[in-house]
Design a binder for this molecule. Structure first.
Ligand SMILES: Cc1ncc(COP(=O)(O)O)c(C=O)c1O
Length: 365
């Protein structure tokens, strides 16, 4: 019998995540150096020096298992967010928490509502559990919360609201979320994925932690991968009710977050300067890129995150290859159903300048 026959049918339906090639490999293949990756929404400033030092110190004790309860990190986060430690769950990246939410709450045939396009890990969490994925198209590149609410049924279990949305960088506003939550079925959980929360500049951005305080079935996800520059260490967290956190705690492996990651994440919280500088860099970079796109006559989607989608007017895969040959890696829009758009991570000013020059050369604008 073929080994394939042993696989649960829903696993066969899962799409494996396609990571990009390492920068070094791209350089080797193209015979060039100095390739810049503006594809995964990482922080060009890197981590706080305090985080690096804390990880270095923790490395000397790596023969010991990590603190499976993340005691100190939870304490520091609880203090910063004004919640109780038992309202916090720490994951090996917020990716892991998305996965755990699916395992914890989805029975076969339950419904998961997501926006389209949005972050693809929600889809995987649903497919893995044999749940029904309901994809609701964005409206003007933003979540259409009314249309999402119109899909509520007695099988609705999880609703993922990516805010700001990856890949469009758009947000849902406070008044929209409030009206949406009044319609939320009693036995469904609304998940606000706020991976890019710290970059948002809009005044209308909802305070999702308030909804948790009001006793609603809400989970807020945040991460140390983006503004804190710790993507390689894998730390994300969920804020929710103590009950939901207790469910997730049953599902997790005992030592899901390693000790270097815990130490670095905790140290990052004591360096607000790094966060301020990162926010400033993105804010300046955003203005520069938006002005450059306008000067080139290109439409873009105004963003609240550290990436931006721009309409390039040709097949984005073709543009990807042309930019790559000039040493700039971006994300193509076809994977999001927007084939003539690209998504570019806002880099430092040198990277932004190189990207704009390469784009202008390739497009002849
Ligand atoms: C919207 C969104 N959520 C979650 C994640 C995953 O972040 P983490 O590195 O914490 O797993 C990403 C990463 O790109 C993201 O864009």
């Amino acid at each position: 019998m073929s080994i394939d026959a042993l696989v649960r049918p829903c696993i066969a339906d899962l799409e494996p995540y396609e990571p990009g090639k390492p920068v070094e490999e791209v350089e080797r293949e193209l015979g060039i150096t100095g390739v810049i990756k503006m594809a995964s929404n990482e922080n060009p400033l890197g981590p706080s020096p305090l985080a690096v030092e804390a990880a270095r110190k923790a490395a000397a004790g790596m023969q010991i298992y990590p603190d499976g309860n993340a005691y100190y990190l939870k304490k520091a986060l609880a203090c910063m967010l004004k919640v109780e430690p038992n309202q916090l769950f720490i994951g090996n990246g917020s990716d892991e928490i998305i996965h755990f939410l699916g395992i914890t709450y989805l029975h076969p045939g339950d419904e998961v509502i997501v926006a389209d396009p949005s972050f693809s890990r929600y889809d995987s969490a649903a497919v893995l559990m044999n749940a029904r994925l309901i994809k609701v198209p964005l409206k003007d590149f933003r979540h259409d919360l009314d249309a999402m609410a119109s899909k509520f049924s007695d099988r609705t279990k999880l609703i993922f609201i990516c805010n700001p949305n990856n890949p469009t960088g758009t947000i849902v506003r406070q008044n929209e979320v409030e009206s949406f939550l009044t319609k939320l079925p009693a036995d469904a959980v609304a998940v606000f994925d706020e991976a890019y929360y710290e970059y948002v500049e809009s005044e209308d951005y909802p305070d999702s932690l308030r909804y948790i305080g009001e006793g609603r079935h809400v989970v807020t996800l945040r991460t140390f991968s983006k503004i804190y520059g710790l993507a390689g260490l894998r730390v994300g967290y969920a804020v929710s009710s103590p009950e939901i956190v207790a469910h997730l705690n049953r599902v997790k492996e005992p030592f899901n977050v390693n000790s270097l990651a815990l130490a670095a994440a905790q140290a990052s919280l004591s360096d607000p300067n790094q966060v301020r500088r990162s926010r400033q860099l993105v804010s300046e970079g955003k203005r520069f890129l938006q002005q450059s796109f306008t000067a080139m006559g290109l439409d873009y989607i105004p963003t609240e995150a550290n990436f931006i989608m721009v309409r390039v007017g040709l097949d984005s895969r073709e543009l990807f290859r042309a930019l790559m040959s000039k040493g700039v890696i971006i994300r193509t829009g076809d994977i999001f159903g927007l084939s003539d758009y690209i998504r570019v991570t806002i880099g430092n000013m040198e990277q932004n300048g190189r990207f704009v020059k390469a784009l202008s050369d390739v497009l002849g604008r």
